[in-house]
Design a protein around this ligand. Structure first.
Ligand code: ARG
Length: 474
């Protein structure tokens, strides 16, 4: 092999020095990431500005060189934002596209920017910065959704609906209580998000390719400039692990799992068979063939989108599995699943935050559904227990009364005292207080119960938790 570069070697490549023939045209496209990593441009430039500022502080760059670099990077950012920047696949990724444009613009000084860093620590930094912004945006959308949910729950604290187990009418609950169950799911998702943010917000820059750098860098200063909580501890770990992306995707999977459950209920509730709620037309679409149709597309789509996010979680886990230290090109494959998980979370949260406050409950229909399903059977059993009957016997008595009701097409509350007394002489006129739906929900009057005053108190506590979220208005 000749010591001299082959005349055909691509001199434009930032790493072209040791190569004797140009890259195969297909390999060039196959290895390039610029088509999907260009969305990191803002964070790449933010990271580079901080890096140059740090290099000047420690005397590796002069102040004039730093200023030229920063100015050049800012003008590149403006050009990208104006849609005038020409991305080139030949320059492989967002990092080399920007660095090469910088050198074209400001000359030789541009080549000094990469002193003391590598694309390995650069890309790890960019992804963390990008993800941190995505986390903050998701957190505020989640807060907006929870806020709408809590407000609706407060309004519907007395609305009675059937509560279900096995999707069969079980006991009456309040609609506000049901909505606050959704809020609890989202509250845990929010807490998971805030917890993982702590592990995202750590600076890898300075790890360089894998072992650190010989320049007298000040990583704590760079961390401060970029708003990271601290610099990472170990250079090998910093450039290689993508567990933070897996954590976000795992948060996203749990959130989407929850949103899919809510979606499923919304789809059921808007059906003619349930008819519990109405979704405003703007969240629905029609059918091109059946003129009567109004389809709940938004919840259906959210329910469906959970699948792609679970898939991304599995891709990222598999991507990372068995990778030896330190950086491997495999890691370039972290971006598409992560970006799509981010986009999906943001889309679904936005749709839900807009739609939930606009949902119109049909209170009479819900109440009637609860009335029809023997939903107060447990209340009758509890009543008998209070009169001295053992619970198992009470269960049997009520079972027989329900069988009679099914036969006669009568709910418990519709039976006369004489009819009820056939099943137990302990039943007195005061039984009707517990057989009413209002009496049934009001009696579940303890922390976590469905009584309207408990729902109101729970909604107030939930609202206070939202208020405590730092920097978030609700
Ligand atoms: N595009 C690459 C990635 O996404 C950047 C880092 C490449 N480093 C390298 N030594 N090839 O991971």
């Amino acid at each position: 092999m000749s010591e001299q570069p082959h005349p055909a070697a691509d001199a434009d490549k930032l790493w072209g020095g040791r190569f004797n023939e140009p890259t195969d045209a297909f390999v060039e496209r196959f290895t390039a990431s610029v088509t999907f990593d260009q969305r990191l441009y803002k964070h790449d430039i933010q990271g580079s500005i901080a890096h140059a500022t740090m290099l000047a502080k420690v005397g590796v760059l002069t102040d004039a060189e730093r200023d030229a670099i920063i100015e050049g990077l800012q003008s590149i950012e403006a050009e990208i934002e104006a849609g005038r920047f020409e991305w080139s696949i030949l320059l492989e990724d967002v990092h080399m596209n920007i660095e090469s444009a910088l050198t074209q613009r400001i000359g030789i000084v541009g080549k000094k920017l990469h002193t003391g860093r590598s694309r390995n620590d650069q890309v790890a930094t960019d992804v963390r910065l990008y993800l941190r912004d995505a986390i903050d945006l998701s957190a505020s959308e989640l807060t907006r959704l929870q806020s709408g949910l809590i407000e609706l729950a407060q309004r519907e604290a007395e609305t009675i609906m059937p509560g279900f187990t096995h999707l069969q009418t079980a006991q009456p609950v309040t609609f506000g209580h049901h909505l606050l169950a959704w809020n609890e799911m989202l509250q845990r998702d929010y807490e998971r998000l805030m917890d993982l943010r702590k592990r995202v917000n750590i600076l890898p820059l300075g790890a360089a390719a894998l072992a650190g750098t010989t320049y007298p860098i000040d990583r704590t200063f760079t961390a401060e400039l970029l708003g990271f909580d601290r610099a990472s501890e170990n250079s090998l770990d910093s450039v290689s692990d993508r567990d933070f992306a897996i954590e976000f995707t795992s948060f996203a999977s749990l959130l989407l799992m929850h949103l899919s459950r809510m979606s499923e209920e919304l789809v059921l509730w808007t059906s003619a068979q349930f008819n519990f709620i109405d979704l405003p037309d703007r969240f629905c679409t029609g059918s091109s063939i059946m003129p009567q149709k109004k389809n709940p597309d938004v919840p259906e789509l959210v329910r469906g989108k959970s699948g792609r996010v679970f898939g991304h979680l599995m891709s990222l886990l598999t991507l990372m599995k068995s990778q030896p230290l330190a950086y491997n090109k495999d890691n370039q494959e972290d971006k598409e699943p992560l970006f799509d998980a981010i986009d999906t979370v943001q889309g679904c949260l936005r749709a839900f935050a807009d739609m939930v406050p606009a949902l119109v409950p049909r209170r009479e229909v819900m109440r009637e559904a609860a009335r029809r399903g023997f939903a107060t059977a447990t209340d009758l059993a509890d009543y008998l227990v209070r009169k001295g009957v053992a619970f198992r016997d009470a269960h049997e008595i009520v079972g027989k009364s329900v069988a009679y009701g099914v036969e006669q097409n009568k709910d418990l509350a519709d039976m006369s005292l004489a009819e009820l007394q056939v099943f137990s002489s302990q039943i007195q006129a005061d039984v009707f207080d517990v057989l009413t739906l209002e009496g049934s929900v009001a009696a579940r009057d303890h922390l976590g119960g469905t009584a309207p005053n408990q729902v109101r108190a729970a909604a107030t506590r939930a609202r206070n938790r939202l208020r405590q979220r730092s920097g978030q208005a609700d």
